[in-house]
Design a protein around this ligand. Structure first.
Ligand code: BJW
Length: 248
């Protein structure tokens, strides 16, 4: 069964509307069919590149040029990518949730791409940052850009070179927006995870938080993930099929 609004019992001749607060968590699998690689599948990004060298503060300190090259290449890939039916279905679901006042809606993505925005999602939180943003470690200046980042580039905020880094969350760093996410999870009635392996915390623990709040839990992914057993409902297949099927 999909996420259709439930109607409550008739009280005093009126049908009481039961609201459903929805939290959706997406991972790399939702963007796989848009041509952006996943991390841990066969042939995935971490089978070709060492995450300890490219996705940790220590790796960046040791070889910033290699890290810039890695994210510059992924930024170029993203600029050629477009949303797939899964992104569109989630944006459409958000519109319906809002227009029909079904309840609160929050889309939390672990992805640093902007395909949810391109599809029209609005109530969106990028917990692992955004590839089209960078920041200065010296002055905190945050800016959007589509061109390559380099060690030589000068920060528009402080006028100094050498302090810029991608606005992404590496291992050992604190994910973004956790207060808002845990607050939404504590109130959620329905939690859906799409295209994530359930390997990386704290995101992998969100299903447990949702269960503690009494939510119904749904996994939509190509195959079972690490925490699959915690989901009450599971639909396995490509996101471009299982997400629109579930959301309609
Ligand atoms: C499809 C599909 C299709 C394929 N259709 N589906 C030991 C135990 C517990 C925790 C830890 C531990 N040791 C260390 C930690 C903490 C660590 C962690 O979890 N490590 C684990 C690996 C063990 N976590 C952190 O460090 C996090 N921070 C933190 O904990 O802060 C607290 C703290 C801070 C400081 C001090 C003390 C505490 C930060 C994690 C940051 C993760 N960063 C990355 C890189 C981001 C930038 C970038 O993109 O380069 O985030 S790593 C990478 O993994 C990326 C992703 O967002 C993240 C999750 O991956 P995801 O999305 O699940 O992708 P895959 O590839 O794993 O799975 C894809 C899925 O899609 C699969 O299931 C496929 O089947 C499916 N799929 N095609 C549908 N067509």
């Amino acid at each position: 069964p999909g996420p259709c609004r439930r109607l409550g019992p008739v009280q005093g001749g009126r049908v009481q509307r039961v609201t459903t607060n929805l939290v959706i968590l997406t991972g790399a699998g939702v963007s796989a069919e848009s041509g952006l690689g996943t991390f841990r599948d066969t042939g995935g990004i971490w089978s070709k590149f060492d995450p300890m060298k490219l996705a940790t503060p220590e790796g960046f300190a040791a070889d910033p040029e290699a890290v810039h090259a890695f994210y510059n290449a992924r930024r170029d890939n993203l600029l050629a990518a477009t949303p797939n039916p899964a992104h569109h279905a989630l944006a459409e679901l958000e519109r319906a949730w809002r227009e029909e006042r079904r309840g609160d809606f929050l889309l939390v993505t672990q992805n640093i791409d902007n395909l949810h925005e391109q599809a029209g999602s609005e109530a969106l939180l990028h917990m692992h940052g955004e590839l089209l943003k960078s920041r200065c470690e010296r002055c905190g200046h945050l800016f959007e850009h589509t061109d390559a980042l380099s060690l030589e580039r000068v920060c528009e905020g402080c006028g100094k070179a050498g302090g810029l880094r991608p606005h992404v969350v590496w291992f050992g760093e604190m994910p973004l927006g956790l207060d808002r996410i845990y607050e939404a999870l504590a109130r959620c009635d329905l939690f859906v995870a799409v295209g994530t392996s359930g390997t990386v915390y704290p995101a992998a623990g969100f299903v447990q938080e949702a269960l503690s709040a009494g939510a119904h839990t749904v996994e939509l992914s190509l195959e079972p993930g690490e925490v699959s057993a915690l989901f009450a409902e599971r639909h396995h297949g490509p996101a471009s099929r299982v997400v629109p099927e579930w959301a309609r």
